[in-house]
Design a protein around this ligand. Structure first.
Ligand SMILES: [Zn+2]
Length: 81
């Protein structure tokens, strides 16, 4: 009987450990997703001002366009005003 109890306790410990790890992984994946744009991570976008390709995650955006720097973005915004 004592063996069975120990087995049940072990099972509960293992199950909670698995769910804890699963929750942690889920949190990490959610954090990764929140960091990027909803259209996907690691996507390259072209800066219409200087023609440089930049990662969408790190690019600056304005009016559905992406820019490598604040300089290019303000240039774009003043040119199209
Ligand atoms: Zn640029």
């Amino acid at each position: 009987m004592r063996m069975l109890l120990r087995a049940v306790v072990l099972l509960i410990v293992v199950m909670s450990a698995i769910s804890a790890i699963r929750g942690l992984l889920h949190m990490l994946q959610a954090a990764k997703r929140e960091g990027g744009q909803p259209t996907g991570t690691g996507r390259l976008v072209k800066d219409p001002v200087c023609g440089t390709y930049v990662a969408q995650q790190t690019a600056l955006s304005a009016r559905n366009e992406f820019f490598c720097s604040e300089e290019c973005r303000s240039k774009f915004l003043t040119d199209t005003r």
